[in-house]
Ligand binder design. Sequence first.
Ligand SMILES: [Cu+2]
Length: 481
Amino acid sequence: MTNIIFHGIWFYAISILVQLFAFNPLALAADLPKIKGEESATLTDAPNVPPPITRSHATKVTVQLEARELQQRLADGVKYTYWTFGGKVPGKFIRVRQGDLVEFHLHNHPSSKMPHNIDLHAVTGPGGGAAASFTAPGHSSVFSFRALNPGLFVYHCATAPVGMHIANGMYGLILVEPEDGLPKVDKEFYVMQSEFYTKGKYGQPGLQPFSMEKAINENPDYVVFNGSVGALLGDNALKAKTGETIRLFVGNGGPNLISSFHVIGEIFDKVYTEGGSLPNQKDVQTTLIPAGGSAIAEFKADVPGTLILVDHAIFRAFNKGALAQITVDGKDNKEIYSGKEKDEVYLPEGGNIQNITKAAPLPPVAKSKTDRVEFGSRVFKQNCMACHQEDGTGIEGAFPPLAKSDFLKSKRKSIEAVVAGLSGKLVVNGKEYNGVMPAWELSDEDVANVLTYVYSSWGNDGSVVTTDDVRSVRKSLPQKK
Ligand SMILES: [Cu+2]
């Protein structure tokens, strides 16, 4: 008898030693749940959501996500070069459980022009994983984190210029389910609002480049759900039946606007405001969703008809694209609603009616080289610094230096780079670059000023670029509009 107890104690002691030395050091921290087994995450494209998690223990979850840059439809007749997590906007929906150890693999497709990374708001750790996941085209990065807090979290790219990566579509949602899971519902949908800033106005056809100026002014041409105008309208509407309970996982990728999220024809029975883990509000008409934030909204579809999801900052809905539909099929319930449905009232009123033009404020006109350098420094900070860095040294492998750059020997080529953009293989100071610099919508005066600033900074040769120089280069370029 004593022998058995004695052996039992030894067994216990040895098993503790094994845990101490052989196990994942994370398991030593007393309050972290133990990881049992492993699995790979099922990821879904919006509006689909991966199935609820049924396990009652923490596990190691492997996530594989690929950054891709692709041309897709933004509106009828309008295309845009999207930068994506997983080939679509918004990025793939990720679903894990509180306590899970997430091993994150970020791949950047070889056809990408830009490096990318990921900042998941569900991560406890520097940059939400941004630095650890910085990935050049044709490379993969791996990092791991513990999903400590439950909730619905936004993830996004955080590579410079951060605003531009987000504006081009690099965001999505990760749900960390609480240990006890979420209450069961009949339908779950993934909806994410965001804005697009294009050179042309709303509806202007063709491939539309990104407008940094409109983005800085927070003045988008498009405000949409799930990446494009009409992504959830008509045949693509979400579908439900009367009597079903519906849970919307709603994110806001921004990059700038706050969403006044509203469903025309319903009242949210429950809202987890800001995507936290508590259903902390009932009977809500419109819930605010911050840029880089989320909300979970739930309701029961009581009567048939078409529900309309909008940003209730209403010009965004009817004039910029922030409209989506849920069609609810089933029997009428005259006790609740007896009216005759009128869809037409809610259809877009035609987006091109606004025609109010405002005179642009005149940029300051430089009278001397000193003026040019001063004004140019401002243009640089607004438009160039994010990539080429404040000290002009750029970022190796991604953005070439402007400091002591041998490319600058040709004034003409430098002007052309700014006015018409630059892409393809390029060697600057003996190092190779193969990225894309967007064409800048800057006035001749601004281009002259910013280049004079560049030439007068960081050991460059001090050349002056005049508006006449810029004008003559512009004239010599192939006509484009
Ligand atoms: Cu990116």
